[in-house]
Ligand binder design. Structure first.
Ligand SMILES: Cc1cc2nc3c(=O)[nH]c(=O)nc-3n(C[C@H](O)[C@H](O)[C@H](O)COP(=O)(O)O)c2cc1C
Length: 386
């Protein structure tokens, strides 16, 4: 595990362990990947305020978001098909989250079901939903969320159509419905992955496991499910879900103050500032660049959560200083998962915790509460983007 000192190390190891088609699916973004890159590099616009001669012996990363205190300011965000990247990947990630006392969010397009995760972990569970044309699938997910004591539903709204991810197009990720000879070669070249993931039989997508009309096997099911995402999704659907679901509701994929206000008006408990990790609208602003205006618009009334480009503790600290109540990890934890399973996720969570803690201390801060109180005054803008 010493090999993983940074998220970058986990990423390199994941690339060695995974068949190319899956590594590219995780790592890539849409079109020119401009937004994907900007999510990370726009953090560099801010410098951190260093303060010295403060007693920082006792430090805490405890943070409250979505109505509950957690040991860290970050949660594991929804990532589809993680059970294809490591054997029982969702379960491994949920266990690592529970051990760290942070929430785990199951994707709508996961290999495991909510029930599978609930049996394996007593931790805080969130569930992500897409609005699907086949409403019975959605209804089943909401009902499962109720049964499985899910604390928040996260409705993803930035996928009216799926972004064009050229790496996936080249690899045939979306059009594959079975294992071609080329794919079989990629699989056998990764024996450790092969033995783990395929040992349990052909992986299936959890929500359509029992639906023969979605075909057999995760690849076929993934292709069919992508076509199921509702292009006609509107604010009325959000209002419907608000009436249907009594627990906390988060709207994921908000990039403007106006949309954040509308989500608040419909009764959302939180918005998640996200551009889907640069996988949808290429050319959309980076999430860190729009966070301040969204915090100014609704941050006093509902939680403002954040994701995109978080690979370092310093970036997490910047997002919190800009007013995020909590942040979600995407690729960072999935690289750890693909590299070393549950241990790999724990390793990534530990190293990010250390990075956040050391950064706070060198800024003369003892807690996330102090960081959020200090807010923007703790950052200097290095330069203004036009
Ligand atoms: C491989 C992959 C699959 C994803 N699947 C989903 C999904 O099923 N539902 C969803 O709402 N977001 C999904 N996302 C987006 C993440 O929840 C999150 O917004 C994004 O990864 C954050 O950016 P980051 O990876 O740079 O941290 C996915 C992201 C990746 C990388």
């Amino acid at each position: 595990m010493k090999r993983i000192l940074t998220v970058g190390d986990a990423r390199r190891l994941a690339e060695r362990r995974l068949p190319k088609i899956f590594f590219d699916y995780i790592d890539g973004g849409s079109f020119s990947e401009t937004t994907l890159r900007a999510n990370e590099t726009d953090f560099d616009r801010y410098a951190l305020e260093q303060r010295v001669l403060v007693d920082v012996t006792d430090r805490s990363l405890e943070t409250t978001y979505l109505g509950r205190a957690h040991a860290r300011p970050f949660a594991l965000g929804p990532v589809g098909f993680t059970g294809l990247f490591h054997r029982r990947g969702e379960i491994a990630a949920a266990r690592a989250a529970q051990a760290t006392d942070i929430p785990f969010c199951l994707s709508n397009f996961a290999i495991a079901t909510l029930e599978d995760v609930r049996v394996a972990s007593r931790g805080t569970l969130y569930a992500q939903l897409y609005i699907l044309r086949d409403r019975s699938l959605m209804e089943a997910m909401v009902a499962a969320a109720e049964r499985c004591r899910v604390e928040a539903l996260i409705l993803t709204v930035d996928t009216a159509v799926t972004g064009v991810r050229e790496r996936d197009e080249r690899n045939g990720f979306r059009s594959l419905t079975g294992v071609t000879p080329g794919l079989a070669l990629q699989f056998v070249a990764r024996p450790r992955w092969f033995a783990g993931v395929l040992a349990g039989g052909l992986p299936q997508v959890g929500i359509v496991r029992d639906r023969s009309d979605f075909g057999r096997g995760a690849l076929q099911q993934a292709a069919k499910l992508s076509q199921q995402i509702e292009q006609g999704l509107t604010w009325a659907d959000l209002a419907w879900l608000r009436r249907r679901w009594r627990g906390r509701l988060v709207v994921k994929g908000i990039l403007s103050a106006d949309d954040a206000r509308r989500a608040r008006d419909v009764g959302a408990d939180a918005v998640l500032v996200s551009n889907h990790g640069g996988r949808q609208l290429d050319g959309a602003p980076s999430t860190v660049s729009v966070l301040p205006e969204i915090v100014a618009a609704v941050g006093g009334e509902i939680d403002v959560l954040f994701d995109g480009g978080l690979r370092r503790g310093t970036q997490i600290v910047k997002a919190l200083a800009l007013g995020a109540h909590g942040v979600f990890l995407g690729r960072s934890y999935v690289y750890g998962l693909a590299a070393e399973g549950e241990d790999g996720v724990r390793r990534v969570l530990d190293l990010l915790s250390t990075e956040v803690s050391v950064t706070l201390a060198l800024m003369g801060l003892r807690s996330i509460a102090e960081l959020r109180e200090g807010g923007r005054a703790l950052l200097r803008e290095r330069f203004r983007l036009p």
